[in-house]
Design a protein around this ligand. Structure first.
Ligand code: AMP
Length: 438
């Protein structure tokens, strides 16, 4: 029997409703902040991610699932390399949402010069070829936002405030969330800072792992969150971004913190917080659930250079992404749950096969009126239909027997009290909806 791919999950039942709930809460909350939903394709040209996320990142180098059509696959197999492929033929599954949304914003001119910012949110599956483990999947789901065209530090603060409110509405106790923030500088101050960190790593080469030595040349800031504990310890003495910000970045960061303070948001400043993707500038942030046991449950930051990297005009941007599976795990670890109960329904029961057509019509009429309605499709006895109705959480059962058919009526059975009343068939919908509203 074929099995699902390791590191992927099937979403159904309560788990599916949890994912929908996460989207519903996002739609309400982000909508109030002026964000509209967007969906970009799950496959993009590899270049979209190389330009945006950065050639040197683990995500692009090792974790992207590459896509080839069957015809191309055979060709590639024969040639043994992708060297002959055109950029249009080099495709990948999206490992994150930002690069694709920014590519779409450039391609569709969503932020024309002088126009109001584009404020977009998405709820999509992401794909990363990581080693599967708890809270680390190969296909996972993110809710994210991208706010393009706003350089104002208020946008950074509002994103963070909205994110923390989102966790609260999903059921997290805010006192058990840890929000870390940092500023990574910009094109004016980061190159010199990066060079200082590179030099620091080279000066401590004999104490650092192979990966960090490689990182020193391509992405030295990543050594701050090396998986090797000893490297991280050495990096504690490395130069910190906050001490190397230019005046503009320092003022931007200070203003973000003033806004957060004014909104009463609690945060810790973590000068070693560097997010894994190259495109971040200035503000970066990450959220962990205390005792959640799954690492970061969300994070984001500013990416003022990204629109240009994707071929657009210089346009500031900021956003975040929140992982559904990790939220579900972290909430469960804290004793909560994202799952919403299955919505109740009305059950239409027939006493015998003779009433099947009357049951059929009543079921349709209720559904047409928007009432979630179930019936029997397996020839069950009346008793077993009542059992089924209970299992489905039906509050009301519509019972149709020969007497009801003869009287052109239906019997309504309250599933809690088992009290029964007959009403004319013409009043079926109004009588049922009145009972459900009680
Ligand atoms: P990132 O784009 O790596 O910052 O990820 C943003 C959020 O997505 C993280 O904070 C996690 O909640 C979630 N996430 C990232 N990678 C994975 C993964 N492999 N499996 C499940 N969730 C993930």
């Amino acid at each position: 029997m074929a099995q699902r791919v390791q590191g992927t999950e099937d979403l159904f039942g309560g788990y599916m409703r949890a994912w929908q709930h996460m989207q519903d809460v996002a739609r309400d909350l982000f909508g109030a902040y002026g964000f509209d939903m967007v969906e970009t394709p799950a496959i993009e040209q590899v270049d979209t991610f190389v330009h945006g996320i950065g050639e040197s990142t683990d995500v692009v180098r090792k974790e992207m699932f590459r896509v080839v059509s069957g015809a191309l696959f055979e060709n590639l197999f024969e040639q043994g390399s992708e060297a002959g492929l055109k950029p249009k033929q080099r495709l990948a599954m999206r490992p994150e949402g930002t690069a694709g949304v920014v590519r779409a914003a450039v391609e569709n001119n969503m932020v024309p010069q002088g126009a109001a910012p584009a404020k977009l949110w998405y709820a999509e599956a992401m794909f990363r070829g990581e080693r599967p483990q708890k809270g680390r999947l190969r296909q996972f789901h993110q809710v994210g936002v991208e706010w393009l065209g706003a350089a104002d530090p208020a946008a950074d603060a509002e994103c963070i405030i909205m994110l923390m409110e989102y966790y609260k509405r999903l059921g997290f106790d805010p006192s058990r969330l840890k929000l870390s923030i940092n500023s990574m500088g910009d094109a004016a101050c980061r190159p010199a800072y990066r060079e200082k960190v590179r030099q620091f790593i080279l000066d401590h080469a004999d104490e650092m792992c192979e990966d960090c030595l490689e990182r020193a040349e391509i992405n030295p800031l990543r050594s701050f969150d090396c998986k090797n504990d000893h490297c991280r310890e050495v990096m504690r003495d490395a130069p910190l971004a906050k001490d190397n910000l230019c005046d503009d970045c320092a003022e931007h960061y200070a203003q973000v913190k003033r806004y957060l303070d004014a909104a009463g948001v609690t945060y810790v400043e973590d000068p070693t917080l560097v997010r894994g993707l190259d495109y971040y500038t200035r503000t970066v942030f990450e959220v962990e659930a205390v005792d959640g046991g799954v690492g970061a449950i969300g994070g984001g930051g500013r990416y003022d250079g990204l629109m240009e990297l994707e071929g657009g005009k210089p346009t500031p941007g900021i956003g975040f992404a929140v992982g559904f599976e990790r939220i579900a795990l972290a909430l469960a670890a804290q004793g909560g749950s994202l799952e919403t109960p299955q919505p109740g329904c009305v059950y239409v029961a027939g006493t015998s096969a003779d009433e099947r057509e009357a049951v059929f019509s009543a079921t349709l009429a209720l559904r047409q009126a928007g009432v979630r309605t179930e019936a029997d499709y397996q020839g069950r006895s009346l008793k077993s239909q009542f059992k089924q109705a209970d299992k489905l959480g039906a509050r009301v059962c519509v019972v149709i027997g020969p007497d009801e058919v003869a009287a052109n009526a239906v019997t309504l059975r309250d599933m809690e009290t088992h009290e029964q009343t007959q009403v004319p068939a013409a009043e079926l919908v109004s009588a049922v909806t009145a009972r459900l509203a009680k």
